[in-house]
Design a protein around this ligand. Structure first.
Ligand code: C5P
Length: 311
């Protein structure tokens, strides 16, 4: 190596949380997954993943939710890094991964998926691979249904398991408030509850609504609020009935609309403006109905390199 080329020491990538503006769940498939039609929006709550060359593979989490994420082989960011190394036939180039977590864990906001997407981009940069976007998207889909969207960002319609994405042209910025819960909900349990509540009912193929598409085209927050919908909301409320109180409180305090985010338990509220979002945060916090309340705007970009010695 030339004495003028300094190898990169570490790369940091941030990846956003998501909210499902609409989530339509089809029948359970033979592989245990459900076909979806979902409208994802990436929102400005971020996890930051830093990868550094190391003698051994490792992962550690910092920040408020540190204790809630596995620091083991089950960690999705670690699995993502190893999957990319395998794909690039780089068996012996381990990294130490640090995850600074801001996205709630098991909250229905795809925090683990954001970490996996960030790790893919970070390792790709660190190792200088320049992996094709399509290949990254396919590795992402193997890691989890929401990982491709965390790479993609913006607004997109997800089909299949939610991993097949079509971008949506949308106008404007939307201001969200998220009421978090103390403990998460298990995604497989919420889907299983959805199946249980449906019983033998005939379930049509899922489709996003025309109202949702029109709302995104116009950028009108009131129209979007009226079109918010989630087939996993009733199952999540069935498992966690106290979330109904959170939804009602947000609407009473003036939210334009409210919906459970993904498989919950986070409740997402749409507001009119940044000021309106701040007011709603204050009211929800003062009421004590949720242990933690956050604001974020969307759409935002997907996983993005923020620090790299290669820049
Ligand atoms: O793909 P991901 O790891 O996020 O999925 C977690 C679980 O959520 C799956 O094992 C499955 O039980 C459920 N799921 C589903 N249908 C989907 C996505 C997830 O049933 N489209």
């Amino acid at each position: 190596m030339s004495p003028f080329v300094v190898p990169p020491r570490s790369v940091t990538v941030r990846a956003p949380a998501k909210v499902n503006c609409e989530l339509r769940v089809g029948p359970r498939r033979d592989d245990g997954f459900h076909d979806l039609a979902t409208v994802f929006m990436a929102v400005g709550l971020y996890d930051e993943v830093t990868v550094t060359p190391s003698a051994v593979w490792s992962v550690r989490t910092t920040g408020r939710y540190a204790g809630l994420v596995p620091d083991t082989k089950d960690n999705l960011a670690l699995r993502a890094a190893k999957a990319l190394a395998r794909r690039a036939r780089m068996a012996a180039d381990p990294v130490a991964i640090t995850i600074a977590k801001e996205i709630p864990v098991a909250g229905g906001m795809a925090g683990g998926s954001a970490d996996a997407a960030a790790a893919l981009i970070a390792c790709d940069q660190l190792w200088g691979l320049r992996t094709d976007r399509e290949v990254l998207a396919s590795l992402a889909a193997d890691l989890g249904s929401d990982v491709p969207f965390a790479l993609h960002g913006g607004i997109a319609v997800g089909s299949g398991r939610g991993d097949r994405l079509a971008p949506v042209l949308a106008r404007g910025t939307f201001h969200w408030v998220f009421a978090l819960s103390e403990t998460g909900l298990s995604t497989p349990e919420v889907y299983a509850e959805c199946d249980r509540l449906r019983g033998d009912a005939e379930i049509p193929a899922p489709l996003p609504s025309a109202a949702m598409m029109a709302a995104l085209r116009t950028g009108n927050c009131e129209v979007l609020a009226a079109a918010l919908a989630n087939d996993l909301q009733e199952p999540a409320l069935s498992l966690r009935p106290e979330l109904r109180e959170v939804l009602e409180a947000g609407l009473e305090f003036g939210a334009l609309g409210g919906v459970i985010s993904g498989s919950g338990p986070t409740v997402a509220f749409l507001t009119r403006s940044a000021e309106h979002a701040l007011d709603l945060c204050v009211s929800l916090t003062a009421s004590g109905v949720a242990p933690e309340v956050k604001r974020a705007r969307g759409p935002v970009h997907g996983a993005t390199v923020i620090t790299s010695p290669r820049d």
